[in-house]
Design a protein around this ligand. Structure first.
Ligand code: DHB
Ligand code: FE
Length: 283
């Protein structure tokens, strides 16, 4: 992995994530009673922290200026997805019997190029990194194959950057992003490259908070997916690599044991391969 000396400024990647998020339709039909209950409990939890740690006026002012800075850096989607989303994800998928999910994170973009069941991800001719062949199948919890199920795959490159969120790096728009349509047996075979760990940009307010607390700003290397099939709940997940750096101390707390892959060397010597299937819950 490269040292990130040429890292794009946080204001760029964070602001990009805010731009993308603002295009999403956001509504929730929460009643005033529910809004009141959630807000009251949130504030009560905060008051408890203030009392427990005897938070000073200087720290209170620092909090105010830091909150303003997160907004100015456009990093609210980034901050929330690192520190809060894992709990939301866990609560909202607890009823499932199929595959485990994980957080979406701030770097999903809908509408990536459609690819057949056997495909190679869009990548540069000289794309760096270990080649990775991923074979899998999408099934329902009753075991039936879900032919025509769709696997949206997106991930960072060998330097830990996502296309569309690393301005000035010359990464093509849909690099390492694809929408794969499985065959009639729900199977797929995708050629890609192994991603590198991702670091929260340390020049933005989120990264500064990590540094101030002495926390590592890294996430382990991961593949993002959204899997969907008619009549089934959409699965959002991330897959990690056995023994990979930061897998034990993910800043986003989004690693689950069921999501860790163990790639094996390919017989033809062309990189590594993995087998990982998805099981979807009926709606
Ligand atoms: C963040 C980045 C990711 O790649 C991810 O999967 C989750 C969160 C983030 O910077 O917020
Ligand atoms: Fe990610």
């Amino acid at each position: 992995m490269n040292a990130r000396t040429d890292a794009p400024a946080a204001a760029e990647s964070g602001a990009k994530a805010t731009d993308k998020f603002l295009h999403k339709q956001v509504t929730a039909d929460s009643s005033p009673e529910r809004v009141s209950a959630i807000l009251e409990d949130t504030l009560a939890a905060l008051f408890e922290v203030i009392r427990k740690h005897q938070v000073t006026y200087a720290e209170y002012d620092l909090l105010k200026s830091w909150l303003i800075q997160v907004g100015e850096d456009g990093e609210w989607p980034l901050w929330l997805d690192v520190f809060v989303e894992h709990e939301i994800e866990d609560v909202n998928t607890a009823h499932r019997h199929g595959s485990k999910g994980s957080i979406e994170g701030p770097y999903y973009v809908p509408g990536a190029p459609e690819l057949p069941a056997e495909c190679t991800m869009p990548m540069r001719p000289d794309e760096k990194g270990t080649a990775l062949l991923w074979r899998g199948q999408v099934r329902s919890v009753n075991g039936s194959a879900l032919g025509g199920a769709v696997v949206e795959l997106w991930h960072a490159d060998d330097d830990g950057y996502y296309s569309q969120f690393a301005e000035g790096m010359g990464i093509p728009q849909w690099n390492l992003r694809g929408t794969i349509v499985t065959d009639e047996e729900g199977r797929f075979a995708i050629g890609t490259v192994q991603p590198s760990p991702y670091a929260i940009p340390t020049d933005g307010a989120t990264g500064q908070m990590c540094l101030a607390a002495g926390w590592s700003p890294f996430r382990p290397a991961h593949l993002h997916v959204k899997v969907h099939a008619p009549g089934h709940e959409e699965l959002t997940a991330q897959l990690y690599f056995q023994g990979g750096e930061h897998t034990e101390n993910d800043i986003a707390k989004a690693v689950k044991p069921e999501l860790i892959l163990s790639p094996t060397p390919r017989a033809d010597g062309q990189g590594k391969e993995i087998q990982y299937d998805f099981v979807l819950d009926p709606q």
